[in-house]
Design a protein around this ligand. Structure first.
Ligand SMILES: C[S@@+](CC[C@H](N)C(=O)[O-])C[C@H]1O[C@@H](n2cnc3c(N)ncnc32)[C@H](O)[C@@H]1O
Length: 316
């Protein structure tokens, strides 16, 4: 189960959804809208999204469809987080969620403003709030936010929740936050990585810190069945499948170079780029993997590849 589904960034969900994804994968190549790199450079790909109104609309519609998918998954996602039991402890011990590099750059957050984009389980949100930051938690799914709101209340944390698409943060003003954090399985849902980074940079104060700690793109190559069938690293998708609840999911496979280029194009200066292996302490589990993922990785070769890509940036 883990091998196949890790490719989609959701190794936890098996059963019918898993089988649906397996079926979906068999038809992915036929369904792809873009055959990136072969026909289009990334620059022309972006120009297309900007120039053709119809296509831009389609890409935004994919986010709306993903929103419905996440609303459908929110209850199950919350139950998975309950099993891990980190969300109700990380506000007291942020190292359950944040690695040494993140802790270093997020030191002294007391009284500062932080924003977590595509906040999902909100464990980074709770960690930052526990460190004394005033946190804004942004997610496209009202279902995800509702669970987070209830959890924040039970922990006595005062968080601002905002339902918003990370590529259109109109409700947030320029130069607002001392820190912006995102990751743990987010980039795969975003149709335009450049808009996502540009919006994050826009709301960041000059001199602030922008951290992306997401699943490492190389892991997505190893989802084939049989195991030795390697996926094409250059195929960004979109990859589509239908969730159990009947909503169409759109996933995008951004490359390491895309992340770095999007950061540069957003006007950010890179402070750190790190590739992390699966954490033996289970930290990687906290930011988007699963115990099952880790067991699978230990049993097969994926443990030899990095699980997370960490970028730390600032806005000059
Ligand atoms: C796999 S979770 C990652 C977040 C967190 N690390 C976690 O594990 O829960 C993906 C989250 O991204 C959110 N999301 C997906 N597309 C989004 C978009 N365009 N804008 C904002 N949030 C989005 C989903 O609703 C979901 O909560």
């Amino acid at each position: 189960m883990g091998r196949r589904l890790r490719r989609f960034g959701l190794g936890q969900q098996g059963g019918t959804a898993g089988r649906q994804r397996m079926h979906a994968r068999a038809t992915l190549k036929a369904r792809n809208v873009f055959v990136a790199d072969r026909c289009l450079s990334i620059e022309s790909y972006r120009q297309l999204s900007v120039n053709f109104l119809g296509l831009t609309r389609k890409m935004n519609d994919s986010h709306e469809s993903n929103r419905a998918v996440w609303n459908g998954w929110a209850k199950w996602w919350g139950e998975e987080e309950d099993k891990k039991g980190i969300w109700n402890r990380c506000h007291r011990d942020p190292t359950l969620m944040l690695c040494a590099t993140e802790m270093h750059f997020l030191a002294n957050m007391r009284g500062k403003r932080a924003c977590v984009l595509a906040s999902g389980n909100n464990m980074v949100v709770f960690s930052l709030a526990g460190m004394g930051a005033q946190v804004t938690s942004v997610d496209i799914s009202e279902g995800q936010l509702q669970i987070a709101r209830e959890r924040a209340r039970s922990l006595g944390l005062d968080i601002t929740f905002l339902r918003c698409d990370v590529t259109e943060l109109k409700a947030l003003e320029d130069d607002t936050f001392d820190a912006v954090h995102t990751g743990g399985g987010v980039d795969i849902w975003i149709s335009d990585l450049w808009k996502y980074y540009a919006e994050a940079a826009r709301i960041l104060k000059p001199g602030g810190v922008f951290i992306v700690n997401d699943r490492h793109p190389i892991r997505r190559m190893f989802g084939g069945d049989p195991w030795d069938e390697l996926d094409d690293y250059s195929n960004r998708g979109p990859f589509t499948y239908t969730s159990n609840e009947g909503f169409k999911a759109y996933e995008y496979h951004w490359k390491v170079a895309d992340h770095i280029q999007a950061a540069i194009d957003a006007g950010c200066s890179l402070l750190k780029v790190e590739e992390h292996m699966e954490s033996p302490t289970g930290r990687a589990e906290g930011i988007g993997g699963s115990s099952q993922d880790e067991k699978d990785s230990a049993a097969d070769n994926t443990a030899r590849f990095p699980s997370h890509l960490l970028l730390v940036m600032t806005k000059p």
